[in-house]
Design a protein around this ligand. Structure first.
Ligand code: ADP
Length: 456
């Protein structure tokens, strides 16, 4: 069966052949016998020749024009196609190959759209997975240029996906140490694993760079281990601090008992003095163990706060009474500045009293004889502030925030006076009451002021 285009072309060719054949016949007749060639025959032959030429020329014009129009509309349709966007189908009434081309073009556009939707939903799923992964992920091409990153990578390095995609990896992360394993992975096409301690940026990172299987490039996975590393350091510090705190009283007790054993026991005066010192050291040990137990209980949430309305002014008065003796022994003036009315807070009275005791006890402890310690209570509609200021040794400005850490002792010369746990416990208690505790130099310029605030 002939297709329409071939039929049209064949018709044109037949007409052209006819035209040529007639011309040829005319020429032969004229050449052989010019006389026998009558005017009528000549006229008829010429008319047939001119007619076939005219019809074939018209056919050519019509045929090419209709082809060009159809092809142009198909080209325009393809140019206007936007992947993923709806489109108006090409309409063609032609039943030839051009009609078929239009039909196939419609189908191709539909398939392209389907593929596009499929790809974009796969991409959305991939983006969702990437956004849920806590590790930072970078997808790099063979040149080390970032093609994709996930939100965790943005957070770890403080960068932005829009500006980072298209940058080289080192430009985005700005660290040669990080870039080295990536370069190696791209060069050798072998997986690389590294742990990097970027102290200057406060980061401790685990990194795995894996080459892509199907194309040049690599996938970089970054684990932010800074918190774990910090916890590990805290754990190490804690063990070192505990052993250090326990070592001093244990060594003293050992030395004292050895001295007693070596003969001092025979001397009642000396043995009594040594026993007294041993009891003091045991008390210290007891204080450390008690402090650690309390802290562990608070940190693990084992201590349940029994909150009820408590008059904080009365608590301050009670603590002052308990510590008057100690202040008097050191010839210090322990004064309170409190409102006349009661100030109620929702709190665990025992825990709160413990905090007031800790900060006031410290103030007396770290103030030389003859000094002054003042406890002040102020309040407004939102909060109550209790502060204890002294005229004592003061705290190094660099240590003001650190004194609330476990075992932290600001002034080493006074380190033997406590366990370094009291303020850590106090901070936990205050934070469990949604409050805040802080240290600053005392207003008079001499000594320190430790304050805490609680919502009222
Ligand atoms: P401790 O008093 O048992 O050593 P704390 O946790 O109560 O432990 O205090 C931690 C450290 O903070 C103290 O060792 C001391 O160096 C410092 N400190 C606390 N209060 C004061 C204060 N009023 N004046 C000077 N230093 C203080």
């Amino acid at each position: 069966m002939f297709s329409s285009i071939r039929k049209s072309l064949l018709t044109i060719v037949v007409l052209l052949v006819l035209f040529n054949a007639l011309l040829y016949i005319l020429y032969i007749l004229l050449a052989i016998e010019p006389g026998a060639f009558t005017g009528t025959v000549f006229l008829h032959l010429s008319l047939i020749a001119v007619g076939s030429l005219a019809v074939s020329s018209l056919s050519i014009v019509f045929f090419t024009r209709s082809m060009t129009t159809s092809l142009k509309s198909i080209a325009g349709f393809i140019q206007d196609l936007v992947p993923g966007q709806p489109f108006n189908k090409l309409v063609s009434t032609r039943e030839d190959e051009i009609g078929e081309l239009a039909h196939e073009t419609n189908q191709l556009a539909e398939r392209t759209n389907e593929k596009f939707h499929q790809l974009s939903s796969e991409r959305n799923r991939l983006d969702l997975v990437l956004s849920r992964i806590e590790d930072g992920i970078f997808l790099l091409d063979g040149e080390g240029i970032i093609r994709n990153i996930n939100p965790s990578a943005e957070t770890i390095f403080g960068i932005n996906k829009t500006t980072s995609v298209g940058m080289s990896f080192i430009e985005a992360v700005r660290d040669y140490e990080l870039d080295k394993p990536v370069r190696k992975c791209l060069r050798t096409k072998k997986p690389q694993q590294e742990y990097l301690d970027l102290r200057h940026r406060g980061l401790y990172l685990g990194m795995i760079a894996t080459p892509l299987a199907t194309e040049p490039g690599c996938l970089v996975l970054i684990q932010d281990l800074s918190r774990l590393n910090k916890l590990e350091m805290i754990r190490k510090d804690f063990i070192a601090n505990v052993s250090h705190e326990l070592r001093t009283p244990v060594s003293s007790i050992k030395l004292l008992s050895e001295t007693l054993e070596e003969g001092a026991l025979e001397d009642p005066g000396v043995s009594k003095k040594f026993l007294g010192q041993m009891i003091q050291e045991v008390d210290k040990l007891e204080g450390i163990v008690e402090g650690m137990t309390t802290l562990a209980k608070i940190e693990s949430g084992e201590v349940r706060l029994k909150k009820k309305p408590v008059d904080i002014v009365r608590l301050v008065e009670q603590v002052t009474k308990r510590l008057q003796g100690m202040a008097a022994e050191k010839e210090q003036a322990l004064t309170v500045v409190i409102p006349a009315e009661e100030v109620l807070v929702m709190a665990d009275a025992l825990q709160l009293e413990q905090v007031i005791f800790n900060i006031t006890h410290n103030a007396i402890k770290f103030t030389p004889p003859g000094g002054t310690v003042t406890i002040r209570v102020t309040f407004d509609e939102q909060q109550v502030v209790v502060s204890t200021s002294d005229t004592g040794f003061g705290i190094d400005p660099a240590d003001l925030a650190r004194i609330f850490e476990r075992f932290f002792k600001s002034d080493k010369s006074h380190s033997s006076q406590g366990s370094g746990l009291g303020l850590a416990i106090s901070r936990h208690i205050i934070e469990a009451h949604s409050g805040r505790i802080w240290a600053e130099p005392a207003p008079g310029g001499k000594g320190s002021r430790i304050s805490f605030s609680l919502p009222v």
